[in-house]
Design a protein around this ligand. Structure first.
Ligand SMILES: [Fe+2]
Length: 609
């Protein structure tokens, strides 16, 4: 069965072509449109998928879309909010002012500078007027409850309108391709569950999905068994860990839909004991479920963010996320007698949370779907609809996007008048240059599917220099509080990371952090965070021989089996897709050299210098 999967059109629209459970092609529209997290119908990604698969529109059996109709979604949203209103109204008041005074007394003095912050205890002040307003409607009073309900109503109406808009886009896009009669829909969390479980290769597992919002829910618990998934529990919206984290991301001055990773990085510098108890007092946890008081009242988070150090606010939210999610996972793992856990949904992009889940005593093996956000949902449903009964096969790699042949690469280089060479051993040349301190872009083979660059559209640098994060981020036009992530050869994994057992497969996709060994901390300081963790990609030779060879050649020179691997893109742009994109980013990004297909190009400005 040939299924075309289309992920939700609201953000990161993605197309995937799945034939009898096997993903033949998958890529986000952003890579073609060059608009980050592209919203709208993924026309170019669909064209690329069909071209790659040699499939005509008429051959497509089913189009899979991971949301119900706009009318059904509207009904689910209204139902969730009606239930929530009753929950909010039964709350007795809290003395938030007193709790916050106690919390302020717990703020530690900090002297050690934090990269990216003017002062380690920097607070995002908002001015007297705004701060007074936040205290009023983000405090513990009846005013705050009314504000929470008003914001919930606003959220509800905006979400219903967005569903209607995206439905119109979807139907128009499909009609334009003559595919409108083939549409099959499913409830959102079923698609997250499907991609996590079906790609895990596990025979039996606890399937956990956690995100912001989807079909009236913010998460789910299911049992996966030999290709089949049975739901046992739903986390009802607005009790959403995704929304909780989006609130803090926005309140600390970042884009809620895009920059959650910055908060994870920032949190490691803070002390969760400052605000953790205040946040936890607003959470009810029972029987593997949780409810979050006033979760849509972003004014509460803004109230905290305007009075407390950024690092302590971030640390408290990260802590609460970990506590609540881990309590639920451990409850359901025990209750259902399952030791293997698979994860999907935007919240599971949180690599620290995934480490905590893997560390739970109940959990033996952990797998995280590499495209865990909504971009992966169309793929999940497409896999499920075409999945051969009982099949158990793990995802091998995410090199599922387009590739370009030598003639296309050569034409792109010549179009820009760039001088290039064709080294006899390109991997050795790249390794030699990295060892000498150069920053090298690597463009080769099929583009990665999902949010991470995993070697084929990557920028590589050595990990020996602790200060690299500041200057390389500056060169690439980014602000990050987390260090760059490392890529390590599969053979050397135990030398660099601890407690890998049971999460090795997840570690092939940079979806989870690990504590680093002393050796790693001493030899690769640029890739180790202040809390001693790193988020590695383990690379096996059979998965990507050319990339693996760069690592082994580098190890011959340096004795170190690890490099920094960061995505090949310019500030806030999508990761490069075509040779043309790569050359543009290379020239603008002040990268020293570019390995593109079989060719090597030295930066023209560097040559002149
Ligand atoms: Fe989702």
């Amino acid at each position: 069965m040939i299924v075309l999967g289309i992920s939700p059109l609201d953000k990161d629209a993605t197309a995937s072509l799945v034939v009898d459970g096997k993903v033949v092609f998958a890529a986000g529209e952003e890579r073609f449109s060059r608009k980050k997290q592209h919203a709208g119908f993924p026309t170019q990604a669909i064209e690329a998928a069909l071209r790659w698969g040699g499939v005509r529109l008429a051959d497509v059996d089913v189009v899979a879309y991971p949301f119900l109709t706009a009318d059904q979604e509207a009904e689910l949203i209204r139902k969730s909010f009606a239930a929530n209103e009753a929950f909010e109204r039964e709350a007795t008041g809290e003395d938030l002012a007193k709790e916050l005074r106690a919390a302020l007394a717990r703020v530690p003095r900090r002297e050690r500078p934090i990269p990216g912050l003017g002062h380690p205890n920097e607070v995002l002040r908002k001015g007297l007027l705004k701060e007074t307003y936040y205290r009023l409607v983000g405090g513990g009073s009846g005013l705050a409850r009314n504000k929470a309900l008003a914001l919930a109503h606003e959220w509800q109406e905006a979400a219903i309108a967005a569903h209607r808009r995206h439905e119109a886009d979807l139907l128009a896009g499909l009609a334009g391709l003559g595919l409108d009669g083939k549409l099959r829909r499913c409830e959102h969390h079923a698609s997250h569950a499907a991609n996590a479980f079906l790609a895990s290769g596990f025979e039996r597992a606890l399937v956990v999905t956690l995100d912001g919002y989807g079909s009236g829910m913010a998460g789910s618990i299911s049992i996966g068994e030999r290709g089949r998934i049975k739901r046992v529990h739903s986390f009802r919206f607005p009790h959403s860990l995704g929304t909780l984290y989006e609130n803090v991301t926005g309140a600390l001055g970042f884009r809620p839909d895009r920059h959650a990773g910055k908060i994870v990085g920032l949190a490691a510098y803070g002390d969760p004991a400052v605000l953790g108890p205040v946040l936890l007092s607003r959470v009810e946890q029972r029987d593997g479920d949780f409810r979050l008081r006033q979760n849509l009242n972003v004014r509460f988070t803004q109230n905290l963010a305007s009075r407390f150090p950024k690092v302590d606010v971030a640390a408290a939210y990260q802590h609460v996320l970990e506590v609540v999610a881990c309590n639920s996972v451990s409850h359901w793992a025990r209750q259902l007698g399952l030791q293997d856990v698979v994860l999907s949904g935007g919240v599971t992009a949180n690599v620290k949370l995934n480490q905590r889940i893997h560390a739970l005593p109940e959990v033996e093996r952990t797998f995280v779907y590499p495209d865990m956000g909504d971009g992966g949902c169309g793929t999940g449903l497409a896999m499920q609809l075409s999945w051969p009964d009982g099949k158990v096969e793990a995802i091998r790699d995410v090199y599922l996007g387009p590739s370009y042949d030598e003639a296309q690469i050569r034409a792109a280089l010549e179009q820009d008048g760039l001088q290039y060479s064709r080294p006899t051993n390109l991997a050795a040349e790249v390794a030699r240059r990295i060892h000498a301190g150069e920053v090298i872009g690597r463009f080769d083979g099929r583009m990665e599917y999902g949010p991470r660059a995993l070697g084929n559209r990557s920028v590589l640098y050595h990990a020996r220099e602790p200060a690299v994060n500041q200057w390389l981020n500056q060169r690439l036009g980014r602000t990050e509080f987390m260090p760059f992530a490392p890529v390590t050869t599969w053979e050397a994994r135990e030398r660099c990371y601890v407690n890998l057992a049971g999460a090795e497969h997840a570690a092939e996709f940079m979806t989870i952090t690990f504590d680093c060994t002393d050796w790693m901390r001493a030899n690769c300081p640029a890739a180790v965070h202040v809390d001693g963790t790193a988020r590695p990609q383990l690379i096996r030779k059979e998965i990507n021989p050319g990339y693996h060879e760069v690592l082994t050649e580098y190890e011959k020179l340096s004795g170190i089996p690890t490099l920094i691997n960061t995505s090949f893109n310019m500030h806030e742009e999508p990761i490069v897709c075509s040779p043309r994109d790569a050359i543009r980013a290379f020239l603008a990004g002040r990268i020293d050299g570019l390995a593109v297909g079989p060719f090597f190009v030295e930066h023209p400005e560097r040559k002149r210098a």
